[in-house]
Design a protein around this ligand. Structure first.
Ligand code: GDP
Ligand code: MN
Ligand code: MN
Length: 251
């Protein structure tokens, strides 16, 4: 397979027809997978806000002052308020804000970005990135679209691209029931393809001023595998997340 970035995309503003912007700049094939950075999806959807849009609650003030004491850096309670409003559940309040968004994605600061946002202070993730992926897909001559974000992981240093929404494809390739080279049946392997493609696309998109938020994956073949659409784990059945519920930062 081959990946390439869509060239010459402009600064994306609220109301921009992203699909049209992509269509105008690249000859797509029906089996291409189009990966779009959530940053530009959010900008097009008008998810840019000012800090003043989030008058801080008592709780947000408390969180911000605790984070300020821990880090020794100034923390804006309005930012904490924005994170609270974007979140369904707080997994950690300290030493950083780790939350689950309403659509199920767990990330630091609810995925709110403060880089590549010229129009305001804050860029929130799309409200429902899978719905966004569907909408972009409708405007493109392709079957498959993935909305990505850059995100950290527990247990490992560094960030990488992950899928926050997807359309026209299963999230995962299900290897269960297939055999390895010794003829042993695979019992648990469900390969999260949308995350893998998002990570590959993110390699090309970059994190800085590259101006390349859209990456086309060409000639990726799913193969003869089943599919699964499970992506975000629910709390029930997520034992690591459950373990966090009983943990308290004491620094
Ligand atoms: P995120 O991973 O979705 O949070 O997005 P990033 O902020 O890491 O940006 C990913 C890529 O998109 C980088 O190459 C940025 O330079 C680029 N980018 C961000 N906003 C825009 C925009 O409005 N227009 C263009 N052309 N590129 C953008
Ligand atoms: Mn981001
Ligand atoms: Mn990024």
């Amino acid at each position: 397979m081959e990946l390439f970035a869509v060239p010459d995309l402009p600064e994306i503003r609220e109301g921009e027809d992203l699909a049209a912007a992509i269509r105008d700049r690249v000859d797509l094939r029906p089996d291409d997978v189009v990966c779009v950075a959530s940053t530009v999806v959010s900008k097009a959807e008008g998810r840019t806000f000012d800090l003043d849009d989030f008058p801080p609650s008592e709780r947000a003030r408390g969180i911000a002052s605790r984070l300020e004491a821990i880090s020794g850096e100034e923390k804006d309670p309005r930012f904490a308020q924005a994170v609270l409003e974007e979140s369904d559940e707080l997994l950690l309040e300290a030493p950083f804000l780790l939350t689950a968004t309403r659509f199920g994605h767990v990330g630091v600061n609810a995925g709110i970005d403060r880089s590549n946002v010229p129009a305001g202070d804050l860029l929130l993730l799309p409200e429902d990135p899978t719905e966004s992926a569907e909408r972009i897909r409708e405007g493109l001559p392709v079957d498959r679209v993935i909305v990505t974000d850059t995100c950290g992981r527990p247990f490992r240093h560094g960030q990488r691209g992950v899928a926050v929404g997807w359309a026209g494809m299963h999230a995962s390739r299900d290897w269960r029931g297939e055999t390895d080279r010794d003829g042993r049946e695979l019992g648990v392997t469900v390969e999260n393809v949308v995350d893998e493609l998002a990570a590959a696309a993110n390699l090309l998109a970059g994190e800085g001023d590259g101006g390349t938020p859209v990456v086309v994956v060409r000639d990726f073949e799913w193969g003869a595998h089943g599919g699964s659409d499970e992506h975000f784990r629910a709390v029930e059945g997520d034992f690591v997340r459950q373990a966090l519920q009983g943990w308290e930062f004491d620094g």
